[in-house]
Design a binder for this molecule. Structure first.
Ligand code: SF4
Length: 288
């Protein structure tokens, strides 16, 4: 009975996720989405759909060449795919390329991070957790923050979630040592709590420098914290998932964090769809 209840809960959760996506795409009116009867989903409009968080003016037309397998959106600071419309005044523009005020080599950046005391997490960490994988990787994964195992070993994604990430990487015909893996935060938040906004703000330059130095062809944001930090938005995962964003000219695909997949196995189907898009984009861009 308990197992059946668990399955039922997973189905309900998945239905909520799908409903949120339909609402975000404008296929279902928001008021209708909270009603019990299952609505008839209309085809998504061909014009730009509304996106929560960033200004609608920043939404770009989907690529017509077929080179991008999913809707591509541009957000403030991601100039390559931005529309001609003027940017909202609140937009935060980030420079292209590495920051001059941070080390220009990954080992030096790692050393600087190891000494960092910019936020309170420096007093509770065992050690900083910088990155794992190849510094010349074409695919870069970004997670949220180190957990207990990562804090103890100094390597990202080594616990149960890390083992699942390894399987996800293998599922798209890659090895862990062929990709680059890092987190938004380099120090573990106590009790694995969600990173505080000021911690993200202070730590994000390190992440941006890592991405600028690795120069990946595709970025995959694992979980809401990573997607929100990179795209500088408060949009929900339900509204971002299934789309391809542009981060400084690099396609960015948000998907669920492996820890979320461990908690809610019903989400694995959508995560697999995302991973296949990551794989296809990677092949297109590396072939080009
Ligand atoms: S979380 Fe980031 S900003 Fe905070 S102390 Fe660690 S390295 Fe520095």
């Amino acid at each position: 009975m308990e197992e059946a209840r668990g399955e039922l809960r997973a189905i309900v959760r998945e239905a909520r996720v799908l409903m949120s996506r339909a609402v975000a795409l404008g296929a279902v009116p928001r008021a209708q989405s909270v009603m019990a009867p299952v609505p008839t989903i209309q085809p998504a409009p061909t014009s730009n759909p509304p996106v929560p968080g960033p200004s609608p003016e920043s939404v770009a037309e989907p690529e017509s060449t077929g080179a991008w397998p999913a809707l591509t959106l541009a957000l403030p600071g991601f100039e390559e795919f931005a529309s001609a419309a003027p940017a909202p005044s609140s937009a935060i523009y980030v420079p292209l390329g590495p920051r001059d005020d941070l080390p220009q080599e990954l080992p030096a950046l790692r050393a600087q991070v190891a000494e960092c005391r910019l936020c309170g997490l420096c007093s509770t960490r065992t050690q900083t957790v910088f990155a794992d994988g190849s510094a010349t990787a074409k695919l870069l994964f970004v997670g949220e923050a180190p957990g207990r195992d990562e804090d103890a070993q100094g390597v990202p994604f080594v616990g149960r979630a890390g083992q699942l990430l390894n399987k996800m990487i293998a599922a798209i015909d890659l090895k862990r040592e062929e990709v680059y893996i890092c987190n938004v935060l380099k120090c573990r938040p106590p009790d694995n709590r969600v990173p505080a906004p000021d911690e993200v703000e202070r730590c994000r330059p390190y992440l941006e420098q890592q991405i600028a130095l690795v120069k990946p062809s595709v970025v995959c944001a694992l979980g809401l914290s990573a997607a929100q930090a990179l795209l500088q938005t408060k949009a929900s995962m339900a509204s971002m998932r299934g789309k391809t964003f542009a981060y400084r000219g690099v396609p960015l695909i948000p998907t669920y964090h492996p820890a979320a997949l461990l908690r809610n196995p019903g989400l694995k189907r959508e995560a697999w769809i995302d991973l296949q898009r990551v794989r296809d984009l990677l092949r297109e861009r590396t072939a080009a």
